[in-house]
Design a protein around this ligand. Sequence first.
Ligand code: FAD
Length: 305
Amino acid sequence: MEPSSVANAYAALVGSVDAEIVRDERMARRTTYRIGGPTALFVRANTYPALTRVIEVLDQQGVPWVVLGKGSNILVSDKGYIGCVLTLGREFSRVILGENGAVTVGAAAPLTKLVTDALGHGLSGIEYCVGVPGTVGGAIAMNAGSRREWIGKTVESVVTYRPGEGMHRYAGSDIEWGYRATSIPWSEIILEAKLRLKPSTKETVSRDMNERLSKRRASQPIGQPSCGSVFSNPPDLSVGKLLEDAGMKGYTVGGAKVSPVHANFIVNTGGASAEDVCVIMREMQRKVKELYGIQLKPEVKFLGF
Ligand SMILES: Cc1cc2nc3c(=O)[nH]c(=O)nc-3n(C[C@H](O)[C@H](O)[C@H](O)COP(=O)(O)OP(=O)(O)OC[C@H]3O[C@@H](n4cnc5c(N)ncnc54)[C@H](O)[C@@H]3O)c2cc1C
């Protein structure tokens, strides 16, 4: 990338598109880990024309970009990202409840809003997302949920933006959904999804959600900056249990610490660097490999490394 590219892109976009545009935005402000150096550009595109124009300008200027939601499953390097972090804003934040459990939801809608609206209308099918931070776009990209229940199971269709082509609609059944994985290419931006929830009662949905929330509160370090689960569970095993048995709880490097509550969570106790987290992750992998012969796979995504 040319040194002037970011400045040129900024000059071409600021004031001319419906977007929030910031230069040298510290990603620690935009991630639940509260970790990460500056991204050269941070853009929140509020409308579809703004989004396509932003991408056009970035591509013209040769500025690499990546789309993020709320940054709840990402570790950004201490050096930051030499490119543009793109997020979706206003026009992509709607949750529209239709007939018989149909829900049309924008990718920027907070997952908590979807969960609350489902509860308010006695709709079942998304209870396992209670307490999961992030956006609906991030949840679909990650196929968020638990080990066996995930958002993909409720998806009837997904609309994406294919850079250079335009919008593309997938039927939910044409997408392969796996444990924290989908077949939607990472090069596409998820814009909207149609979900099919099941009409139930408010009482039933509320009871289920409350039980799940209580379990979460008892077993996870809620309220401390983290990215949730660091590694994916190996088939039929609990990575938290493997790490706990390996003695990793409480293991600390700089400001990062393996949670004493859940060994698959690394928390930022204040001033943790991405490098602190990486050192702990390598140690977790080394220990589990040495003791059980299992190679742990990160669930968290990385940016700027
Ligand atoms: C306390 C805590 C608890 C958690 N519990 C769970 C849990 O129980 N289950 C679970 O599955 N996850 C859990 N997570 C992880 C995280 O919340 C989910 O993965 C969430 O769905 C990520 O959403 P996001 O908007 O923050 O995505 P981000 O972290 O911003 O991005 C994650 C990935 O999705 C991609 N992405 C984001 N938006 C889009 C888009 N519009 N189009 C295309 N790609 C996109 C990004 O490029 C990135 O690769 C937890 C995290 C925390 C901090």
